[in-house]
Ligand binder design. Structure first.
Ligand code: AMP
Ligand code: FE
Ligand code: FE
Ligand code: ZN
Length: 281
């Protein structure tokens, strides 16, 4: 059984609408796909209908932007109740902060480059969670760079002078909120070093203590060392081990189904998740 538990649509920074994403998942032969847009569940409805049409199972999810001591942590949440106020409030707050943060990044870029916040809004799908990839798309549209990758390498990476942060809840608190909403929290790409600073093992242990269910060990941005560290930590802390592509459509090189989750691990996630169910076609 082929299970990919981490993908993005135009509800955040993926390049395909939810229905197209799910249709492609079926086309490439996946049996199960999760939609995990950044800080929003707005793609769930469209994705669910498409899953039923395409005959692929859909795991509704979200990738919650969090931080631990100022270090960015991405928390995947599966099968939570999307109306649960405690979590909804945090996602709303992060999305709002992402807009003012994008405006701050653009203001810094505009000192050196012909780019405006209107360019960014024009490059952002209606209602999407605003992220640096949309600023990258605006830079591409202005022909200032050739790709999202080049935009990140030159202007948008976390060490860039143009960088700015946005509000993100504390990761321990987020783990508790996801559990309270009936969801299953899994730490996304925990050891992808090229993204910036990484949390220590102690932070992962704290998250496990708070209710973390698993670690996304098998991820395109993880090298052998990151995978070994993830497997060792997961074994020591009794955490599930997942794998997923973190597919973003044409916005990234990651291919759908590039990394996968074993059926037994999906079964454990489904067992623990009671905010909503897997949509089966
Ligand atoms: P943000 O959510 O605004 O902090 O931006 C982070 C997002 O940018 C990640 O979720 C990735 O999807 C995307 N990203 C990071 N690095 C790159 C890259 N080199 N090329 C394309 N997308 C990237
Ligand atoms: Fe992304
Ligand atoms: Fe992420
Ligand atoms: Zn992601």
């Amino acid at each position: 059984m082929l299970v990919d538990l981490h993908t993005h649509s135009t509800a955040s920074d993926g390049t395909q609408p939810p229905a197209e994403l799910v249709a492609e998942a079926a086309e490439v032969g996946l049996d199960v796909v999760a939609i995990t847009d950044h800080d929003t569940t707005s793609g769930w409805g469209e994705a669910s209908e498409a899953a039923v049409r395409a005959g692929v199972a859909l795991v509704p999810g979200v990738e919650v932007s969090c931080q631990a001591g100022g270090i960015s942590v991405h928390l995947l949440a599966y099968l939570h109740d999307p109306t649960w106020a405690g979590l909804v409030d945090e996602l709303d707050r992060a999305r709002a902060s992402r807009r003012t943060r994008a405006a701050r990044i653009v203001a810094k870029l505009a000192v050196d480059l012909p780019i405006t916040f209107e360019d960014v809004l024009a490059a952002t799908p209606e209602g999407a969670t605003l992220g640096r990839p949309h600023i990258a798309d605006a830079l591409v549209a202005r022909r200032l760079v050739g790709s999202r990758d080049e935009a990140f390498a030159r202007f948008l990476h976390a060490g860039s002078p143009y960088y700015a942060v946005h509000y993100a809840p504390d990761a321990v608190r987020a783990v508790r909120l996801v559990r309270a909403a009936g969801g299953v929290p899994v730490m996304a790409h925990p050891f992808a070093g090229q993204r910036g600073y990484l949390v220590d093992d102690e932070v992962v242990a704290e998250l496990a203590e708070a209710g973390l269910a698993g670690l996304e060990v098998n991820h395109p941005d993880h090298d052998e060392q990151a995978r070994r560290r993830g497997l060792r930590l997961a074994a020591g802390l009794g955490l599930l081990v997942t794998g997923a592509s973190d597919y973003h459509g044409s916005g990234k090189a990651n291919r759908l189904g590039q990394c996968l989750t074993p059926a037994s691990v999906l079964a454990a996630i489904e067992e623990q998740g009671h905010g909503t169910g897997v949509v089966r076609g």
